[in-house]
Design a protein around this ligand. Structure first.
Ligand code: SF4
Length: 468
């Protein structure tokens, strides 16, 4: 119930009753709240393409749908474009159904009827799935992907939830952090060689990796290429992120080390908002960094924007998109701001409704621009308390999609994460997942990583040995 209506205040003496029963080759579900009753008879659940686990899950989904429907009637809860798909990775469910042999047209009907998605969101999921599926490999453990986390940033943005420590307060930790990271890169590299693994994509993220500059950056990128890239590595991304870190010298080092993709993330091209959210760079710096990156010959550039930033409505979003149109990136990633949880039920739901209308208009506007640039959506995910219950979408020009983003999001490929805040995802052949988490704090990472490297490598060896 909390996931369907996160801001709801329960415990007011009303009784919610949910029941299910198997009757005449059908699942019968009834949900009742405050005199409002919702019932459903589901026969599709007996489709032979489902197994027992699917049927158990379907019972929960049907009850969720019933609860959602009675909440809509009793509390005026707004219909959500995402229906009962409240998880952060709606694509995983779609891929699982496609794996089972449900053709897209049939799946579209199920997305509408079982998951209560709006037609627009059902279409979006199928569109993204079609883009992604050619990137999937039969073996989730060869090739693999690599993530390396650098937890430093020039300043901390007010909305940030990542491992990001401002250089002016934590910069003294950088040298020791880099030494520890070099040791981890060499150790994981030796394991990759020992197991004969191929690495499909390397992603240097954070934080802002380009807070590492000059000879330190050159050495770091050189070690990544030497130890972690293999003959078939097709993508090397550096999430440059903050434009104020992108001098011509830094961009030249990225280029000289084979960086194929960088992210220059303005979030907004509206100067007052940039200052309000603590970015401390200017719109002009975004333009300058972008032009320099093109001039130096970085092949692909992604730009991130955030919809729903404080004080921004449609005109500011349009201005941002117009400015980005002039620059012409190869990818556009459109985030919807995650809203903070508020306390009062009715007020919150009204706010949600307003946010939903405005948010949808912004999302549609961004989509219109991206499509007009010849891009298509290629990955998406959701967050809790996201603006208007919307989503984050990555758009790409043809042939420019980030394979790392797809594999990381869909969790069909083992990703080894190094550096601070990295989460290694070990994928079993049945696509179940085990995680290993590196400390977020650079001081903790530096103190711990050498001591636990052997144990970590042993766990990785076990994983890669047991995969057949
Ligand atoms: S640049 Fe990104 S990682 Fe760094 S503080 Fe801002 S949002 Fe966080």
């Amino acid at each position: 119930m909390k996931s369907l209506a996160p801001n709801a205040n329960f415990g007011k003496g009303k009784v919610l009753r949910a029941q299910y029963a198997w009757e005449d080759s059908a699942l019968f579900v009834a949900v009742c709240l405050d005199g409002e009753e919702w019932t459903l008879r589901d026969t599709e659940i007996f489709d032979p393409r489902y197994d027992e686990r699917d049927r158990e899950r379907r019972i929960k989904e049907r009850v969720r749908l019933g609860i959602r429907r009675v909440f809509e009637r009793v509390y005026g809860l707004a219909e959500s474009p995402w229906g009962i798909l409240t998880g952060v990775r709606p694509m995983k469910m779609v891929h699982s159904m496609l794996d089972r042999g449900f053709p897209p047209e049939e799946l579209k009907v199920l997305l509408r009827e079982v998951y209560a998605l709006s037609p627009k969101k059902a279409d979006l999921l199928l569109e993204v799935a079609a883009e992604q599926r050619p990137y999937f490999h039969p073996d989730p453990n060869n090739p693999i992907g690599i993530y390396v986390g650098i937890p430093f940033c020039p300043t901390r943005c007010s909305y940030c939830s990542f491992a990001a420590y401002p250089l002016h307060t934590h910069g003294h930790l950088l040298p020791a952090f880099l030494e520890a990271l070099h040791a981890e890169i060499a150790a994981v590299g030796s394991l990759i060689k020992e197991r004969g693994l191929e690495v499909e994509a390397v992603y240097l993220g954070g934080g802002t990796p380009t807070t590492v500059q000059g000879a330190d950056l050159d050495r770091l990128l050189g070690l990544l290429r030497e130890h972690l890239c293999t003959a078939t590595t097709r993508e090397f991304t550096v999430e440059a992120g903050r434009p104020e870190t992108l001098s011509r010298e830094t961009l030249s080092i990225l280029k000289a080390n084979g960086t194929q993709r960088i992210c220059i993330n303005p979030q907004t091209m509206h100067e007052p908002t940039l200052q309000a959210i603590g970015r401390r760079h200017t719109v002009e710096e975004v333009r300058t960094a972008f032009a320099a990156a093109r001039d130096i010959g970085i092949p692909l550039i992604n730009m991130d924007i955030i919809l729903g930033l404080p004080g921004e409505e449609l005109p500011q979003v349009r201005q941002t998109l117009e400015e980005i149109a002039d620059l012409g990136p190869d990818n556009l990633t459109v985030h919807s701001l995650a809203l903070k949880r508020a306390s009062r039920l009715k007020k919150d739901w009204e706010q949600e409704r307003i946010a939903q209308e405005q948010g949808e208009a912004m999302v549609d506007l961004a989509r219109d621009y991206a499509l007009s640039w010849g891009m298509s959506p290629y990955y998406l995910y959701r967050q809790r308390h996201i603006l208007g219950d919307l989503e984050n979408i990555g758009y790409s020009k043809p042939g420019a999609a980030s394979v790392y983003n797809i594999q990381m999001m869909e969790e069909r490929q083992t990703i080894l994460a190094l550096g601070a805040g990295g989460i290694t995802k070990l994928i079993a052949p049945d696509l179940t997942l085990a995680r290993q988490v590196n400390p977020k704090c650079p001081a903790a990472y530096t103190a711990q990583i050498r001591g636990c490297l052997e144990e970590r490598l042993a766990a990785l060896r076990r994983h890669f040995s047991s995969r057949y």
